[in-house]
Design a protein around this ligand. Structure first.
Ligand SMILES: Cc1cc2nc3c(=O)[nH]c(=O)nc-3n(C[C@H](O)[C@H](O)[C@H](O)COP(=O)(O)O)c2cc1C
Length: 163
């Protein structure tokens, strides 16, 4: 899928069907994350891939739809490595969402519902407590068509030359 098509087609898909995601597809998605812009190119992030049903069910205790994911990519940051860690993981997440869309899968950026359980999930997944476990990308096959939420029009957010 062409980039501008993926930009338009990406949406938060919460109606997922379990499918076998080939490892090659997961690797393409991870590579898209790896290639993201990063402050001073420090790349203070790591990705944890979950495919076991019991691990996926554990993360779904934060938000039910996640249980139907076929794989979850968790984005982990080391805030001690860079002051730009939050921007960096956000760039990596958006790159991965576009790659997931381009490959025909559905996904949602999950952060708000999982954050209250961050210490519990880090314990469960064996992630050191000083790292941040911020973003989960539950990936699956969309059960049907879906679309991006309505966005503000360009004219309400863009200024040319002067404010
Ligand atoms: C920082 C951030 C946190 C989010 N956290 C959640 C979440 O916890 N659960 C969820 O279902 N969606 C979450 N979302 C997805 C948003 O709800 C979604 O992107 C927004 O409603 C716009 O819809 P769209 O992605 O289809 O354009 C999050 C998105 C962002 C960028």
């Amino acid at each position: 899928m062409e980039l501008f098509e993926a930009l338009a087609k990406r949406y938060s898909c919460r109606d997922l069907k379990r499918v076998e995601i080939p490892r090659g597809d997961l690797e393409k998605i991870l590579d898209a994350g790896r290639r993201a812009a990063s402050g001073k190119n420090i790349q203070p992030f790591s990705f944890l891939v979950l495919t076991d049903a019991k691990d996926i069910e554990k993360i779904a205790t934060a938000q039910a739809f996640i249980a139907k994911a076929s794989a979850i990519i968790a984005i982990v940051a080391d805030p001690e490595k860079s002051p730009y860690w939050l921007e960096d993981i956000s760039a990596a997440a958006q790159n991965m969402l576009l790659a997931i869309t381009a490959l025909g899968y559905g996904c949602t950026w999950v952060e708000g519902t999982t954050l209250p359980k961050e210490p519990e999930f880090k314990d469960y997944l064996g992630i050191p407590q000083h790292l941040r476990l911020m973003i989960f990308l539950p990936i699956g096959q969309p059960t049907g068509p879906g679309s991006q939420k309505q966005k503000k029009s360009i004219s309400t957010m863009v200024h040319w030359q002067k404010w």
